[in-house]
Design a protein around this ligand. Structure first.
Ligand code: NCD
Length: 650
């Protein structure tokens, strides 16, 4: 009986070039035996489970057909809304359970990095059949297989990849593969839908490869018959396209690569509308499309031999009239799904015979409390009850930020403040700290913060500070609160519709004080809640005992102690909007420093204190009834001294 080991395929890069070539050879054999109608039993005794959390026609059915054709069996959850996922089961639990029923799991999931998580938890092999906007390696196998069949060698061929290059997962896997096989890529994105940085950075770092984008207008002028289109080189592999063979390649092209005179393929994709959300998970408006691709694009001397590819489904980017054109190969790509996926399963069986070992995972940084991935669609944010966000050092070389790369979705997070977990000091990141940061990573003592506020809420002190100066006494704070409460009463109208939300921790204390002042003046006691901007889902807590705190249709006054860049306020606002639709949000801050990075102005301000960037305003304010209640409120200012001329204390 056939056996399958733990050979996961999460990315196209999990397959070596020789593996892909072997799979294609096997696929040729399976194509021939399918044509001859030969029965096969290579996979007899194996069970494949298809778990699809998103719609699919081709991928799921061709995987299932492949397994049936090889004599294996299939169990399927084609609609995960009809499975325990609908009851809130985690992906990890589902794949653990299903892994006990099957030898292979084929997974499609809407979150970026979901296949990585499934591979980590499933006891059997996991194949990624599309994870969010990240990768779709088996579609790429079908794409390359057809390209190779139509055009011969992949090396040196030129492929124009058009459409939604940002969210189209088939495109990302295809780019990784084409870069590896030495093909040339011309990217033709829809407006605003460029290839993401993490894809470009991976091929630059691992393959020393790069390419340029051309606009749709440039492509259109090409389609309209203007034959010559020159691209600006951006990286070692970039070459001049559509130059006639008599013309020389551009200067930076390596001499070993000749400029292609023509385009070998157009790879079109649809707009991934279902994935259009902004970084906070809110649905985005769809950007403008560039319209139909039709036979006119194939009329020039540079394009008339090009094949037209599409992973399907198409929406309206590809004219139906092309279907009968022999250069349209998208239905062949879809048909190749069966022999190619048969070949992949056969290859996995071969590998298991050879004692396949799972690849060792690259070590990630150990954080006591890891930062949140910047990508709202990352699996680490959707399944955060059990997944700890995981990061490696990133690739970008902005000297003023520490770059971290998410292990699940590869998106980069840029960190402005780093800390040492034992000394509890924090530092504004700069390039000279890099050596220390590496050392702290090794010791497991690196802490990172998105803001000074987060560092200080976590009990960290700046590494060095200048002498401090009091800018508000307890009386000043009390007077400022009274003035703010009076402004609010005068301005807010119907106080019965008003609720206060204070940002943890000083903002929450201020919110309670403002609430008490409003009550003393008007007799109305607005509901009050505390919001922890670093606290995930359970971060909004009513300060009125058990009473539920409502947001919908209320006028919310968001209260914080100091408005620095506005970053905290923005995060707090997003968090509120996720929880409900307030009628209005107003902002009250004790101190406005006046250099904000976001276009938000406070409505009620205790005191304006313009300060320099390197200065830090710190509010000490005592919670009523706390032991520290005796310590008088005060606001101080100090400068954060440049840290790094001298040795960094650890
Ligand atoms: C693609 C997918 O699901 O990513 N389809 C496929 O598998 N052939 C492309 C798409 O949905 O646009």
């Amino acid at each position: 009986m056939a056996r399958l080991g733990k050979g996961d395929i999460v990315s196209i890069d999990d397959l070596a070039t020789a593996d892909i070539e072997r799979i294609f050879d096997l696929a040729d054999g399976f194509s021939a035996s399918l044509e001859r109608g030969e029965p096969l039993n290579l996979a007899s005794g194996l069970i494949m489970a298809t778990l699809f959390y998103e719609p699919s026609t081709r991928t799921r059915l061709s995987f299932e057909s492949a397994m049936h054709r090889m004599g294996g069996a299939v169990i399927s959850s084609a609609d995960m809304h009809a499975s325990s996922a609908a009851k809130g089961e985690t992906l990890a639990d589902t794949v653990r359970v299903v892994g006990a029923y099957a030898d292979l799991i084929v997974l499609r999931h809407p979150s970026d990095g979901a296949a990585r998580v499934a591979a980590d938890y499933a006891p059997c092999a996991v194949i990624n059949a599309g994870d969010g906007s990240r990768e779709h390696p088996t579609q790429t196998l079908c794409d390359l297989y057809i390209l190779r069949r139509k055009k011969g060698s992949l090396k040196g061929m030129t492929v124009a990849i058009c459409g939604d290059l940002k969210l189209g997962r088939t495109v990302h896997s295809l780019i990784f593969a084409l870069a590896r096989f030495g093909a040339n890529i011309v990217a033709v994105p829809y407006n605003g839908m460029k290839v993401p940085d993490y894809v470009l950075e991976r091929i630059a770092a691992e393959r020393n490869y790069g390419f340029s984008s051309v606009s749709m207008e440039e492509l259109r002028s090409l389609a309209g018959g203007i034959d010559a289109l020159y691209l600006t080189p951006s990286a070692p592999h970039q070459i001049a396209l559509f130059t006639s063979s008599s013309e020389m390649p551009l200067q930076s092209a390596p001499p070993s690569i000749a400029a292609p005179a023509a385009l070998d393929a157009f790879y079109l994709t649809r707009m991934q509308r279902e994935r259009m959300v902004d970084k906070d998970g809110v649905k985005d408006a769809a950007p403008v499309r560039f319209g139909h691709f039709d036979a006119r694009a194939l009329k020039t001397s540079r394009t008339h031999d090009a094949v037209v590819m599409h992973p399907l489904p198409r929406t309206d980017e590809l004219a139906f009239e092309l279907d009968s054109d022999p250069r349209a190969v998208y239905f062949e790509q879809a048909a190749a799904g069966v022999p190619v996926r048969m070949a992949l399963i056969a290859w996995l069986i071969e590998q298991s015979r050879g004692g396949m070992r799972p690849k060792p995972a690259a070590a990630s940084i150990r954080f006591k409390s890891p930062p949140r991935c910047a990508n709202a669609n990352c699996i680490s944010r959707h399944e955060n009850a059990y997944i700890m966000a995981r990061f490696r050092l990133g690739r970008s070389n902005d000297p003023s930020m520490l770059a971290l790369t998410c292990d699940f979705c590869e998106r980069e997070l840029r960190i402005e403040f780093v800390g040492h977990a034992r000394s509890h000091r924090y530092y504004h990141f700069e390039q000279n700290l890099y050596g220390y940061v590496r050392q702290w990573i090794e010791e497991g003592s690196l802490a990172v913060f998105e803001s000074v506020k987060q560092a200080e809420e976590g009990g960290y002190e700046p590494y060095r500070r200048g002498p401090q100066r009091e800018i508000m006494s307890a009386e000043d704070v009390a007077a400022a609160c009274r003035a703010m409460a009076a402004q609010m009463v005068a301005d807010l109208g119907d106080l019965a519709a008003v609720s206060l939300v204070g940002v943890v921790s000083h903002g929450a204390i201020l919110a309670m004080r403002l609430r008490d002042l409003i009550e003393a003046e008007t007799g109305v006691r607005p509901p009050c809640a505390a919001l922890d901007v670093f606290g995930g889902e359970a971060a909004l807590r009513s300060l009125d005992g058990a009473a539920p705190f409502e947001i919908g249709d209320r006028t919310i006054v968001l209260v914080d102690d100091v408005m620095n860049s506005g970053w905290t306020v923005q995060r707090a606002m997003n968090s509120l909007w996720h929880r409900g639709r307030p009628a209005a949000v107003k902002l009250a801050v004790l101190i406005d420093r006046g250099h904000r990075a976001v276009p938000i102005r406070p409505n009620y301000v205790g005191k304006n204190i313009p300060t320099a960037r390197g200065e830090r305003v710190q509010v000490r304010i005592a919670a009523e009834g706390s032991l520290r209640g005796k310590a008088a409120d005060r606001v101080v200012i100090y400068s954060m001294l440049d840290t790094l001329k001298e040795e960094v204390a650890t």
